[in-house]
Design a protein around this ligand. Sequence first.
Ligand code: AMP
Ligand code: ZN
Length: 469
Amino acid sequence: MKLYNTLTREIEEFTTRVPNVVSMYTCGPTVYHFAHIGNLRTYIMEDILEKYFKYRGYRVNRVMNITDIGHLSSDADTGEDKMLLGAKREKKTVLEVAKYYTDAFLQDCAKLNIVIPEKFIPATVEVEEFIQVISVLEKKGFAYKAGGNVYFDTSKLKEYHKFFKFKEDDLEEGVRDGVEKDKNKRNKNDFVLWFTQSKFDDQALKWDSPWGIGYPGWHIECSCISMKYLGEYVDIKCGGVDNIFPHHTNEIAQSEAFLGHEWCKHWFHTLHLNIVGGKMSKSLGNFLTLSSLEENGHTAMEYRFFCLQSHYRKALQFSEESFTNAANAYQKLKEKILALQESGAVDRGIFDKFTTKFIAAMDNDLNTALAITTIYDILKENTNASTKIALLKSFDSVLSLNLFVQEEWIQKEKKDIALTEREILAKIEERARAKKEKDFAKADAIRDALAKEGIVLIDTASGTTYTIK
Ligand code: AMP
Ligand code: ZN
């Protein structure tokens, strides 16, 4: 299987350290607002990647973080904390905002058939871990204190910018217009590991640390959560293209300084979804959400189809016209597929011929657009319906386009979970009580019983939430 690697800038054979097992890390949402459909494009492509690994016989250990602390308005560690901005905007506490938008994200993902990893870890529950790693970086001479904050010293590295041979000026990218530069930095690309000082002194969540009461920088969370749950090597790390610099560049710097060896060999980045006038962005406020598409009479699956029709390494332009075209094409395709009635035995020759085509497309740097063309080719093929159905079901295990599900059935299916939402919430409360009383056996039994029903519990700093598998 071949994938483009941002680190080498080449399409290369994907390899894993442990045969047939992929360790995969994906940067998760900053939960101060709804995910916009651009963010969701990135998560759809990562979902396809994970499902395709599985289709090709890999076991996948995957982790995703939830950024609920430390992500400032500028990715270069200046400006106000995004979570605090969200709390002020909505007159809620930071934890309320985090819970609300984490739940909203999970609902969007469920509608889009994006499977969330069981290890979906909020930064706020791992702060002790961050403090330990920062302490080691300090002992090794990679960190310094200035103006009350702890910074990573990029001048201590042989090579800081591993992704591209950036010109010095290009490295300014992470500092956004209108956000002033931090004068405490010894080198302009140094970044904050731990804040104790901020112009914005109403930071809501703070922890004690060897450097004083404060809070972690954004980049350290992904390094630490990855190392804690996936070990000192990770096969592939993923995110949107804007994560390359400074976020992933800084992650490599601090992780390799901490570990003393190469950390992640393969980097997968999805290009942006743009709208007329430029990039869609939460901070610019020019964004569309999945709900806004639904309010206009569209479905989540139409949006998934729209994304899969283009290659993840091409910027995708969203316009009313291009999306409506994709939505119509999806509905027509579904009509044809739902009209198929099983007949005859599966023709093995034809099945293998199209499976080979599908694999050739997806093995070639995840060419989902070509995989979708294969679906149309199957429908045109002169063969019986059973063969077509078997092929389409097999491909849909990766593409997850609900090709065989009537839209109204989708609703029903979601409601057909054995428990109502109220019952699930009651179970979550019962488990919380059991944990408080240190009856961990009971707490685990409740979690396991829910898991059997396809309800996966996710513990966050602000309580427990759930997702439906
Ligand atoms: P955030 O919630 O801002 O931390 O972003 C979540 C994910 O969405 C990250 O992987 C980003 O790189 C990605 N992302 C941000 N903007 C876009 C966009 N316009 N199109 C596609 N992906 C994006
Ligand atoms: Zn990250």
